[in-house]
Design a binder for this molecule. Structure first.
Ligand code: ADP
Ligand code: MG
Length: 437
């Protein structure tokens, strides 16, 4: 299915009828001084049959003109993502299988006469100024550090940037595990390259790496390559099998109109800069070192079991390594299942991934576990798992399209009963990676 063609699915009841199945979902603003997140409900959720999201770009253009006194010269975009399977494998040189989703960060851009970047976001109160001819350092507001890092990376790569005004606007919920941070980085890169007349000057995988480095160095989050890679390289109707060791890719069809992917947001804020993620990374590296391997990609289940028995790996290292080895195998098996249209098998692999992330990798949380367990017995559900780094964020449910509404209702109702609040659920699909609008 090509990007932009209406999806054949009609998922009823968007919003005002009281349905929780609201593809329009919610959106967020960053609060002013402390940079904390505020969330607020849409007052008028989209009505009718629109099941997938198309961002309205008009407010972005209008606000750009109002703030900067002239219309934008370029409009660019970069999507958020959902990882179908292959979690915490990217920084272990393994395989991942993400899709770019129909949620994105867009930016309006116009060049300036001077050598300054002025960066503003419709989701943040404060704007930032970055002088291109001075060393670029982290600063306030914190959200702009992702952009500062990208500007610094492009300059380091020898790209001659020009001064520009940039305004961002997003419908990727922040901190929901859908990688708004990577979307912001990639969107920044697209904006700065467009302003400089250098669109396409940096090869896709190099661009992803540059954005990843920005997140490491300027945001203090030791993320893998997956989020940036899929935001750059996603394709409509395709999942991306990415070998994180060498950057090679294969596009896997993910466009069966009988199926739908539901995203359930726990609204538990994960923060991968907070230590749990970095600790997992360190444990994997120490496990690989003790096995005398370059990375856990080179390990197999037998090696891990032997090393556990002889005490070469401690308990946590064993658990982490077991997850990574199993998850890499599950990802490759999931690709075969998708290619064969075997959604039952694909679903089993999703459940297996979730159990391993919960028990061996210890990155799930009660809310994510609840969504998976609520979905599992429902008719029409093929599989479910947490997606993204964990410690909160979102879970995904692969379901038959015709049952998606009732599945969403049942999961949200069960979640509300258990946690006293609803979890927003929306349908998504594989969309194109970053580009011009
Ligand atoms: P995730 O990537 O899962 O959404 P992160 O914590 O990695 O969560 O990234 C969220 C951060 O990215 C926000 O706290 C903010 O600093 C930045 N960010 C994302 N989207 C925007 C936006 N539209 N405007 C400003 N900052 C944003
Ligand atoms: Mg992130």
């Amino acid at each position: 299915m090509a990007a932009g063609t209406p999806h054949p699915l009609v998922l009823a009841g968007s919003g005002e009828s009281g349905s929780i199945f609201r593809p329009g979902g919610r959106f967020f603003r960053l609060a002013g001084r402390r940079g904390q997140l505020r969330s607020r409900r849409r007052l008028t959720p989209p009505r009718g049959r629109a099941s997938f999201r198309r961002m309205n770009i008009e407010p972005l253009k209008e606000q750009f003109a109002a703030r900067f006194g002239r219309p934008p010269q370029h409009l660019v975009r970069a999507p958020g993502r959902v990882n179908l399977v292959g979690e915490h494998t990217d920084y272990n040189d393994g395989f991942v299988l993400p899709i770019a989703i129909d949620r994105q960060i867009a930016a309006a851009v116009a060049i300036r006469e001077d050598r300054t970047l002025r960066l503003a976001s419709m989701e943040a109160d404060e704007q930032a100024a970055v002088a291109l001819d001075e060393p670029i350092e982290t600063g306030s507001p914190a959200w702009a550090n992702y952009c500062r890092g990208v500007a610094a990376g492009l300059l380091d790569a020898g790209v001659e940037l020009v001064g520009a005004d940039v305004l961002f606007h997003s419908d990727v919920p922040l901190g929901a595990g859908l990688s708004s941070s990577a979307a912001l980085e990639v969107c920044t890169a697209m904006a700065l390259l467009a302003a400089a007349g250098k669109t396409g000057a940096v090869a896709p995988y190099d661009l992803a790496r540059l954005c990843q480095t920005a997140e490491h160095v300027y945001a203090g989050a030791p993320c893998g390559i997956m989020d940036q890679a899929i935001s750059v390289m996603g394709r409509a109707g395709r999942a991306l099998l990415l070998d994180c060791r060498d950057g090679s890719t294969e596009l896997i069809p993910f466009d069966d109109p009988r199926m739908v992917l539901l995203v359930a947001d726990t609204q538990v804020k994960h923060a991968i800069a907070d230590g749990g993620y970095a600790a997992r990374r360190t444990q994997c590296e120490s496990a690989a070192a003790k096995l005398h391997l370059p990375s856990l990609r080179d390990a197999d289940a037998g090696m891990v079991a032997d090393a556990a028995e002889t005490g070469k790996l401690d308990e946590k290292e064993t658990m982490r390594a077991r997850h990574v080895v199993g998850e890499i195998a599950r990802t490759l098996a999931a690709v075969e299942a998708l290619k064969g249209g075997d959604y039952r098998r694909f679903g089993e692999l999703m459940y297996g991934s979730h159990a391993s992330l919960r028990d061996d990798y210890e990155v799930s949380c009660p809310e994510l576990d609840a969504i998976v367990e609520l979905a599992r017995p429902l008719g029409g559900v093929c599989g479910a798992r947490m997606t993204g780094g964990g410690f909160g964020g979102s879970a995904i449910i692969l379901a038959q399209a015709e049952r998606a509404e009732e599945i969403s209702q049942a999961v949200a109702a069960g979640f509300a009963e258990r946690f006293g609040r609803a979890c927003p659920i929306f349908a998504t699909r594989a969309e194109a990676g970053a580009g011009m609008l």
